[in-house]
Design a protein around this ligand. Structure first.
Ligand SMILES: Nc1ncnc2c1ncn2[C@@H]1O[C@H](COP(=O)(O)OP(=O)(O)OP(=O)(O)O)[C@@H](O)[C@H]1O
Ligand SMILES: [Mg+2]
Length: 553
C-alpha cells in the first residue's frame, strides 16, 4: 500500500470514527434532552386536569342542591305527591325537566318520587316508569358529587331530596348527571393531550400516562400525547447529522487526497532519484518538502558515498591479492618452459665448445624449442594480464537475446550443436561485451566437455525471474569432475591440458560485478548446468561516489 493510500485510509477511518462518535453522541444527548423537556411539558399539562375535575366535583352539588330547597318544580311535585294530586302536575313537570337540564348544562336530569315514579327526565321515554334502583341511588346519595366511569364515559352525578315535613317518608328527588367527556376533551385540547377512560394500546408513537382520580373512585384516566413531533425532530436531527457528516467526510477525503499527494510527491521523487543512483547515475539525491525527507536524503547520500569508498578499498585490496596470486602463478607457470629453454641453450653451448659436428643439426631443433617455449611464456603472460586487467563494467541497455543469439550462431558452426530457447525478455542493463564473454566462456566449456562425444548438445536458455534475467547453459556431457567441484571458479583451476583455468573465474567476476550470481550443478539427464542471474536494471552499486560538487544547497 502506498503512502498516499495509507494516509487516506487513516484519515478516512479517523473521520468516520469521530463523526460516528460525535454524531451519535450529539443525537443521543439531544434526543434525551428533547424527551425530557417533552415529558416535563406533558406532566405540566396534566396539572389543570386534576384542578378542573376537582372543580366539577364541588360545583355540581352546589348546582343541584337549590333545586331541592326552593325550586317551584320540586315544590309542586311534593305537594302533588302528598295530596295525591300528581296527575295534573305530571305534564308540566315532564316538560320543564329537559329545559332545566339544558339550562344547568346537565347530561341527564331525573325527577322522581319516593315511590320510584319518574316524573320528569331528559330521556322522555322514562317518564312515568318506576325505578327502585333510582330510589336507592337518590335516597342514599352523599352530599358530595360522585364520579363514575362507565365504559368510555366519565360522568359526575349528584342528587338531592326534598321531604314532606310531616310524612318524611314521602319525598321527591333529583338526580343530575353531567357527562365529562366534553370537559375531558376541552382540557385535553388546551394542554395538547388526549384524555380517555379506556387506555389505548401502548405504542411508540405516543407518550402515555395513567392518572388515578382518587383511590375511592377507582377511576383512572389515560392521558396520551403523540410523539410525532419529537420523532420528527429526532429525524430532522438525524438528517442534519447525516448531511454534516457527509459534507465533513467529503472535505476530509478532499484534504486527504491533497495532503497525501503533497506528502507522497517528494517521497516518490526521492525514491526515483535513489533508484537512478543505485543504477549507476552518480548524482546525489536532493529532497524537497519535509525536514525528515531532507535528512533521509542526506543520510542516503552519505551511505552511498561510504559504500562506494568501501567498495573501492575492497577492489584495491582484491586487486593487490589478485596481483600477488598472479605473480606467484606466473612465476610457477614460467618456470616450466624455462627448463627446456635452458637445457637447449646449454646443449648448444656445449656442442659449440666441443666443435661437435652435431651442432648444426641440433641448432634448428634447439632454437625451435626455445621459440615455442617463449611463445608459451608470452601466451601465459597475456592470458594472465587479460584476467588481471578485466575492466570495470560499462553498463548500458541492450537486446540480450540478440547478443546471446550471435554467440550461439558463432559457436554453433563447429563443435557440439547449440540450441537457444529464449522467452521474451526485456532489455538488459549491463556491459554487453562482458555478458558476451560470459556466454562465450560457458558455451566453450560445454562444447569442450562434449568433444568427441556423439549425441552431445548444448542448450542455452534465456528467461526472466521477476526483476532478474536468467541465463542457463546446460550440456549432456560427463558433468563436472569431482575434483573440480569445490574450486570451479578459482583462477587456474583446470582439468584441461591446454586450459588456463581462468574461464569460469572471469565469468564469476563479471557476474558478481554486475550484482548477479552464478551457480553450477548437474543437469537433470547428466552433464553440467551453469545458471547465471543478472539484475535486469543493471549493477546495483555505483562505480563512483556521487560528486560533491553536484550537491545542491
Ligand atoms: N560444462 C562443463 N562440463 C564439465 N566440466 C566443466 C564444464 N565447464 C567447466 N568445467 C570444469 O571446470 C574447469 C574450469 O573451467 P574454466 O573455464 O575455468 O577453465 P578451463 O576451461 O579449464 O580453461 P580455459 O577456460 O582457459 O580454456 C574445467 O577445466 C572443467 O574441468
Ligand atoms: Mg574454459
Amino acid at each position: 500500500m502506498s503512502l498516499a493510500e495509507r494516509l487516506g485510509l487513516a484519515i478516512f477511518a479517523l473521520t468516520v470514527g469521530v463523526l460516528l462518535a460525535l454524531g451519535l453522541g450529539v443525537r443521543e444527548a439531544w434526543r434525551v434532552a428533547e424527551e425530557r423537556s417533552f415529558e416535563a411539558a406533558f406532566t405540566q399539562a396534566l396539572v389543570p386536569l386534576g384542578d378542573q375535575l376537582a372543580g366539577e366535583i364541588t360545583q355540581l352539588p352546589e348546582l343541584v342542591r337549590p333545586l331541592c330547597q326552593d325550586d317551584p318544580l320540586l315544590d309542586s311535585a311534593l305537594v302533588g305527591l302528598v295530596s295525591d294530586d300528581l296527575a295534573a302536575r305530571r305534564l308540566p313537570i315532564s316538560l320543564r325537566v329537559p329545559k332545566l337540564a339544558k339550562a344547568l348544562n346537565l347530561t341527564e336530569l331525573t325527577v322522581l318520587t319516593s315511590s320510584g315514579e319518574i316524573l320528569g327526565s331528559t330521556s322522555p321515554g322514562r317518564v312515568g316508569q318506576k325505578s327502585a334502583e333510582l330510589v336507592t341511588r337518590v335516597a342514599k346519595a352523599p352530599p358530595t358529587a360522585k364520579l363514575e366511569g362507565e365504559g368510555k364515559n366519565l360522568t359526575i352525578s349528584a342528587a338531592c331530596v326534598k321531604r314532606d315535613e310531616q310524612r318524611t317518608k314521602l319525598w321527591v328527588g333529583v338526580l343530575a348527571t353531567r357527562n365529562l367527556d366534553a370537559v375531558l376533551s376541552r382540557i385535553g385540547k388546551s394542554s395538547g393531550v388526549e384524555l380517555s377512560l379506556e387506555a389505548p394500546p401502548l405504542s411508540k408513537e405516543r407518550l402515555q400516562r395513567t392518572l388515578s382520580l382518587g383511590e375511592k373512585t377507582g377511576i383512572s384516566i389515560t392521558a396520551a400525547r403523540s410523539r410525532r413531533a419529537l420523532l420528527s425532530t429526532v429525524e430532522q436531527l438525524d438528517l442534519t447529522v447525516l448531511l454534516i457528516g457527509s459534507a465533513t467526510l467529503a472535505s476530509a477525503l478532499l484534504i486527504t487526497v491533497l495532503l497525501s499527494r503533497g506528502l507522497a510527491k517528494p517521497v516518490r521523487a526521492l525514491a526515483e532519484q535513489a533508484q537512478r543512483v543505485i543504477h549507476g547515475d552518480p548524482q546525489p539525491v536532493v529532497a524537497t518538502g519535509a525536514r525528515e525527507l531532507v535528512e533521509a536524503a542526506e543520510a542516503f547520500n552519505r551511505a552511498i558515498a561510504d559504500l562506494v569508498a568501501l567498495r573501492k578499498r575492497l577492489a584495491v585490496t582484491e586487486r593487490i591479492a589478485a596481483r600477488r596470486e598472479i605473480a606467484r602463478r606466473v612465476a610457477h607457470e614460467i618456470k616450466n618452459p624455462l627448463l627446456p629453454i635452458r637445457a637447449s641453450v646449454e646443449t648448444l653451448r656445449r656442442l659449440r665448445a666441443r666443435q661437435d659436428p652435431a651442432f648444426d643439426e641440433y641448432f634448428d631443433e634447439a632454437t625451435r624449442t626455445v621459440l615455442d617455449e617463449v611463445a608459451r611464456i608470452s601466451n601465459i603472460v597475456s592470458e594472465f594480464t587479460r584476467f588481471a586487467r578485466l575492466p570495470a563494467p560499462q553498463p548500458a541497455a541492450f537486446d540480450v537475446e540478440e547478443a546471446v543469439r550471435a554467440v550461439v550462431q558463432l559457436h554453433g558452426s563447429s563443435g557440439a550443436p547449440l540450441y537457444l530457447r529464449a522467452d521474451s525478455v526485456p532489455e538488459l542493463v549491463a556491459d554487453k561485451d562482458q555478458v558476451v564473454q560470459v556466454v562465450t566462456n560457458l558455451v566453450q566449456n560445454a562444447q569442450q566437455a562434449l568433444a568427441d562425444r556423439p549425441g552431445g548438445r548444448v542448450e542455452v536458455r534465456l528467461t526472466r525471474e521477476q526483476d532478474k534475467l536468467v541465463l542457463a547453459v546446460t550440456d549432456n556431457g560427463p558433468g563436472i569432475a569431482p575434483e573440480m567441484r569445490g574450486r570451479l571458479f578459482e583462477p587456474y583451476a583446470t582439468t584441461k591440458a591446454e586450459g588456463t583455468g581462468l574461464g569460469l573465474a572471469i565469468v564469476e567476476r563479471i557476474v558478481v560485478e554486475h550484482g548477479g550470481e552464478i551457480t553450477a550443478g548437474d543437469a537433470p539427464g547428466g552433464g553440467a548446468s551453469f545458471v547465471v542471474k543478472l539484475p535486469l536494471s543493471g549493477p546495483t552499486l555505483l562505480p563512483e561516489a556521487p560528486r560533491e560538487s553536484a550537491f545542491e544547497p
